[in-house]
Design a binder for this molecule. Structure first.
Ligand code: NAP
Ligand code: MG
Length: 402
């Protein structure tokens, strides 16, 4: 069989620990034998980030701006223990944070659905994609403990010195206070990323907040979404037969549970943090969650939602057998390859991405899976394979379909 050609490269961001091991296996077994793979390679493994004073992370994000599509392996976000373990010059920032800041994007997370791994909510037959706004609110808040009685105010000082004041509370005793903010520009980017992703994936878009209580703060989110929708997206949505729909966060929660899935749920930063973990768990497994960062100007970075699976890596280093699920990382590759194919008019690449995804799904549905799935599956005859065996089984299924 002749290998599939590529014209424009993908930005490839390698990573850490067990997912770095998976990365190589996936390329060797599932990609390189079938595709004349063209990538611009960036090593985001912690050692090389440290060597380059983390410049490699910035470079990889800039390359994503240039080429439009990236695929990223999970990476370590250093903490004090990692600084010691890797002898780091400093506690480098989270690569995902750095990349997100440069691309100014929104992260969309969606579960991979297979028969035999049943969601806890029986009626969820289609995936629910969650879009989390990744700037501001309580994550960039200033807080104060109020020790005793006193007045607390919000003060805004214009550049010309003029002040606007609002009373927060006349404290009669001790208490707490919090000041948070967001930026219209960031909310607009968030809204556009969501509308574009809905069009891309031809799914309805829901957005929820609490504008009845937060009449200025949350209401501004609602207004910005509404305005951008009416001006820039309404016609396209109607043309595709998809819907934009705003509702209160508590109403959204109730509707999500009753729904069959198959839409995108856009959430403010905190809601998205909480709800994405709820959805991941309710759909069955963290190792089956995909994640894509979409910038408002249409750049895409695909990855798995899980981390570097450190515990498995230490077993791997000791020469012990591992059973690490590569599916979300494979889907990061297929997402990127399909997008590359779409942008370059490369039909073959898109078909290959579909077939590789189907091969993963069919392999699991045939009862061959990694241990994380084997312990929760409803299939009667499930076989728990080790990491390499599972990837070989996917290759076998893939080859039969090509
Ligand atoms: P993790 O890598 O997501 O793994 C947590 C646990 O979830 C694992 O120990 C394993 O459970 C299970 N698991 C996750 N992915 C799996 C897979 N593909 N197959 C089988 N089981 C899987 O989280 P962590 O161990 O807390 O974090 C490790 C490192 O990842 C940290 O340094 C963190 O900074 C980084 N991280 C990176 C990203 C990213 O790059 N996007 C995201 C999150 C975390 P069992 O051990 O019970 O088998
Ligand atoms: Mg969280």
């Amino acid at each position: 069989m002749e290998k599939i050609k590529m014209t424009i490269p993908l930005v490839e961001m390698d990573g850490d620990e067990m997912t770095r091991v998976l990365w190589k296996l996936i390329k060797d077994e599932l990609l390189l034998p079938f595709i004349d793979l063209k990538t611009e390679y960036y090593d985001l493994g912690l050692e090389y980030r440290n060597q380059t004073d983390d410049k490699v992370t910035t470079d990889s994000a800039l390359a994503t701006k240039k080429y439009g599509v990236a695929v990223k392996c999970a990476t370590i976000t250093p903490n004090a223990a990692r600084v010691e373990e890797y002898h780091l010059k400093e506690m480098w920032k989270s690569p995902n944070g750095t990349i997100r800041a440069i691309l100014d994007g929104t992260v969309f997370r969606a579960p991979i659905i297979v028969k035999g791994i049943e969601p806890y909510v029986k009626n969820w037959v289609k995936p629910i994609t969650i879009a989390r706004h990744a700037y501001g609110d309580v994550y960039k808040a200033t807080e104060m403990k109020i020790p005793e009685a006193g007045k607390c105010e919000l003060v805004y000082t214009k550049e010309n010195g003029e002040e606007i004041r609002e009373l927060i509370h006349e404290f009669k005793g001790a208490g707490i206070v919090q000041g948070m903010h967001n930026l219209n520009h960031s909310i607009e980017s968030f809204a556009r990323s969501c509308f574009n992703f809905a069009i891309d994936t031809k799914q309805d878009l829901w957005f929820s907040s609490k504008d009845t209580i937060s009449k200025k703060y949350d209401h501004t989110f609602k207004d910005i979404f509404e305005e951008i929708y009416e001006k820039e997206y309404k016609e396209k949505f109607e043309g595709l037969g998809i819907e934009y729909f705003y509702t209160l966060i508590d109403d959204a929660v109730a509707r999500v549970i009753r729904s069959n899935g198959g839409y995108i749920w856009a959430c403010k930063n905190y809601d998205g943090d909480v709800m994405s973990d709820m959805l991941a768990t309710a759909f069955g497994s963290l190792s089956m969650m995909t994640s894509v960062l979409v910038s408002p100007d249409g750049k895409y970075e695909y990855e798995a939602a899980h981390g570097t699976v450190q515990r498995h890596y230490y077993k791997y280093l000791k020469g012990e057998e591992t059973s690490t699920n590569p599916i979300a990382t494979i889907f990061a590759w297929t997402g990127a390859l399909r997008k590359r194919g779409e942008l370059d008019g490369n039909k073959e690449l898109m078909v290959f991405a579909d077939k590789l995804e189907q091969a993963c799904i069919h392999t699991v549905e045939s009862g061959k899976m990694t241990k994380d799935l084997a312990i929760i599956t409803t299939l009667k005859e499930a076989e728990a394979l080790n990491t390499e065996e599972f990837i070989k089984a996917v290759r076998h299924t893939l080859e039969a379909s090509l």
